[in-house]
Design a protein around this ligand. Structure first.
Ligand code: IMP
Length: 188
């Protein structure tokens, strides 16, 4: 069984809604996150650490909100900024901007100890990464669904917090990364 290693119930709900309960199980392990300006090395290091801990095929998910006018901030620091400043204050900072374009990005990193087609770097365990991106705009908070920055991220007329998990998966960074991963994993 594939272990989706996360302590974030929002990510897990979306992965289960996409892949189904019979494909993935959850391993609640808070792997140490390295610091890096992009998501891929963070996810890859997490996957290696999680594989060593779990000893079974693992997927970890590193994601964040990248605001163009802030040169991508909060990006890889999205979790920290959410728990310190909070989402409402991110909206207050973005409100005066004339251009509030932003993107959510998600990198899924897979490790089962075996060789992969396209290893992400030359770390000691092979890791394959899958990226999903969705463009949108920062808006005043709306909606009760989702998690994190969903209430302030609008795509196609609605915020992610105004959509069901299934609707969000059809459009979202995580849904897109999960789609790429699922296709590859089926063949593996
Ligand atoms: P991570 O655990 O380092 O991947 O942090 C991800 C953080 O980015 C979360 O704690 C949220 O603040 C934010 N984030 C990632 N994906 C989403 C999403 O789908 N919706 C809203 N916020 C997200």
């Amino acid at each position: 069984m594939l272990q989706y290693v996360t302590t974030n119930p929002g990510k897990l709900r979306e992965a289960k809604s996409y892949l189904g309960d019979e494909t993935i199980d959850t391993y609640d392990y808070d792997y140490p996150e390295i610091q890096a300006p992009t998501l891929e090395p963070i996810a890859a290091a997490g996957a290696r650490d999680a594989y060593r801990e779990v000893g079974e095929p693992v997927v970890v998910d590193d994601a964040g909100l990248f605001i163009d006018a802030f040169d991508g901030f909060p990006g890889p620091y999205s979790s920290f900024v959410e728990t310190t400043m909070g989402v409402d204050r991110v909206w207050e900072l973005a409100e005066p901007l004339s251009d509030r374009s932003a993107a959510f990005r998600c990198v899924l990193a897979y490790c089962d100890g075996e060789a992969v087609d396209d290893p992400v770097d030359d770390g000691d365990l092979p890791v394959q990464c899958f990226t999903g991106v969705v463009d949108g705009e920062i808006v005043a908070p709306r909606g009760d669904g989702g998690f994190g920055y969903d209430p302030i991220f609008e795509h196609d007329g609605a915020t992610f917090a105004e959509r069901t998990a299934a609707e969000k998966n059809e459009l979202s960074h995580r849904g897109r990364a999960l789609a790429a991963f699922a296709e590859w994993y089926q063949q593996r």
